[in-house]
Write a protein that binds this ligand. Structure first.
Ligand SMILES: Nc1ncnc2c1ncn2[C@@H]1O[C@H](COP(=O)(O)OP(=O)(O)OP(=O)(O)O)[C@@H](O)[C@H]1O
Ligand SMILES: [Mg+2]
Length: 226
């Protein structure tokens, strides 16, 4: 199903953080959202999630750091149960095992609290929790920025195959143009609370048009196109 939101707008304390923004997301589409710090990426991500939930679309959100999703005083099994409850899903051990297998969460003791797990495992656990309700869209806000490059790449590879199998669309918020270049087909550039550019990823990286996109692509960290 094509997902669509129109005229999303966010104002706080008299300031417009997100100017009216409309967006259409195709089934299985992989979209990246890049932009300088403070340009409004997370604001748009939250507004998108809220608006789609208002339309009863199954949409899940993975925050930048597992710390935002996991309470250090609660066990991992508590978090899983709470996520099932919030999604009104009946507890299903088989679903949990499938998601753990898909994201290679092995040897994780669910009775432990988050700090008993490595950061990489915590983040994969948070992603697995986000997938409990088989979302139509997964919004990921800097999902791998706290991970080392090897664990980050492995996590994104695992996520790629889960999304492919379930035909889930992805909205990937990132600072990392190299990550976007590898993982998305369409790239949006955020600038001062607006989408300044929206283009196929490869053309945007090769021939950015707006000053914001040019600034972001100036320092290449991704392989040059053949
Ligand atoms: N609750 C809030 N009240 C007031 N201003 C806010 C609030 N949340 C965010 N802002 C402001 O809104 C702007 C956009 O913030 P946002 O977090 O969406 O940026 P971002 O692009 O995600 O940045 P980063 O890359 O650093 O995560 C910033 O100027 C920020 O200071
Ligand atoms: Mg942000």
């Amino acid at each position: 199903m094509t997902l669509s939101v129109s005229n999303l707008c966010v104002e706080r304390a008299g300031c417009t953080l997100l100017h009216p923004t409309s967006l259409t997301i195709q089934p299985r589409e992989r979209i990246g959202l890049v932009g300088e710090s403070g340009s409004g990426k997370s604001t748009l991500g939250h507004a998108l999630v809220d608006a789609l939930r208002g339309q009863n679309v199954r949409v899940a959100h993975v925050p930048q750091s597992p710390d935002e999703a996991l309470d250090p005083l609660r066990s991992m099994s508590y978090h899983w149960r709470e996520a099932e409850r919030a999604l009104q899903c009946t507890p299903d051990r088989q679903r949990q095992q499938q998601l753990f297998r898909a994201l290679q969460i092995h040897q994780g003791n669910l009775r432990k609290r988050p700090w008993g797990w490595s950061r990489g495992m915590q983040q994969r656990f948070v992603i697995a929790m986000a997938l409990i309700g088989s979302p139509q869209l997964l919004v990921l806000d800097e999902p791998t920025s706290a991970l080392d490059p090897v664990v980050a790449a492995r996590t994104m590879n695992l996520l790629d195959s889960v999304l492919e199998q379930n035909q889930t669309s992805m909205f990937l918020i990132t600072h990392d143009m190299g990550l976007a270049a590898k993982r998305v087909t369409r790239l949006l550039v955020m600038d001062a609370g607006r989408i300044a550019e929206d283009a196929p990823c490869s053309s945007l990286l090769q021939a950015p048009v707006t000053p914001a996109a040019k600034a972001l692509t100036r320092h290449r960290t991704w392989p040059a196109p053949c």
